[in-house]
Design a binder for this molecule. Structure first.
Ligand code: GLN
Length: 199
C-alpha cells in the first residue's frame, strides 16, 4: 500500500509520521511517498493534502503538474484526504469574494468553503468533536481553520461546529477542517486507511 503526501508546503513531516504510526498499528506493509513533482500520484493507493497555506499549495500543485494527476486519481476512486488547507483544495467552491486572491481548487467535493472560518479571535483551538463514524468524541485541533458552509446532496456531513461543517465525505474524498496528524489519536487515519482497502 502506497500513501502519497503532497510534500511541497505545510505540515508534511507530521503527516508522514502519523501515517507511518497508523500503518504500524495495523501491522500492514505500507510506504509513504512524498509528492513534490508529477509522476508520483499515479503510483499511489491514496493521496493526502496537508494543512499549510491553501493559495500557495494550490498554485504549486498546479505548476508542478500534480493537480491534474490528483483529479484523475480521485476520478478513478483513489481515496483523497484533505486536511485544513487540504480541505479548501478539494472543494468545488471557495470564497474569492472575501479573499481577493485567486484560489486554485481541485473540485473533488461539492462544497463551498470559507477560509479562516472561525475568525481571528479563535485562531487555534481544541475541541471534543462527535464524528458520525466514531463511538466516542475525538479531540480535534483547529489552526486558522476553514469550514464548509454549504454542501451538495452527494456529500455526507460527518461533523459540525455551530452549523459549520468540519468533516465531510463524498465517496472516496474525505475532508477535515482540523489536523488529525497532530494528535496521538489515530482513529481518523484508520478510517481513511479503511477507505483504501475497500476500493
Ligand atoms: N487558513 C489557511 C489557509 O487558508 C489554512 C490553515 C491550515 O492549514 N492550518 O490556507
Amino acid at each position: 500500500m502506497r500513501i502519497g503526501i503532497i510534500a511541497i508546503q505545510g505540515d508534511v513531516s507530521e503527516h508522514i509520521d502519523a501515517v507511518e504510526r497508523a500503518l504500524c498499528e495495523r501491522d500492514i506493509g505500507g510506504e509513504v511517498l512524498e509528492i513534490r513533482h508529477e509522476g508520483i500520484v499515479p503510483r499511489c493507493d491514496a493521496v493526502i493534502l496537508p494543512g499549510g497555506e491553501s493559495t500557495t499549495l494550490g498554485r504549486l500543485i498546479e505548476r508542478e503538474g500534480i493537480a491534474g494527476e490528483i483529479q484523475n486519481a480521485a476520478k478513478n476512486g483513489i481515496p483523497v484526504l484533505g486536511t485544513c488547507a487540504g480541505l479548501i483544495l478539494v472543494a468545488t467552491r471557495g470564497d474569492e469574494q472575501v479573499h481577493k486572491t485567486h484560489q486554485h481548487l481541485l473540485g473533488l467535493m461539492d462544497v463551498k468553503v470559507n477560509r479562516n472560518a472561525f475568525g481571528r479571535q479563535r485562531e487555534s483551538f481544541e475541541i471534543n468533536l462527535d464524528l458520525a463514524f466514531l463511538d466516542s468524541p475525538y479531540t480535534a485541533i483547529f489552526i486558522r481553520a476553514p469550514a464548509i458552509m454549504d454542501a451538495g446532496p452527494e456529500v455526507d456531513v460527518l461533523s459540525t461546529i455551530n452549523g459549520r461543517i468540519v468533516a465531510a465525505r463524498q465517496n472516496n474524498v474525505l475532508a477535515l477542517a482540523f489536523h488529525p496528524e497532530l494528535t496521538p489519536d489515530l482513529r481518523l487515519h484508520h478510517y481513511f486507511l479503511d477507505m483504501i482497502s475497500v476500493t
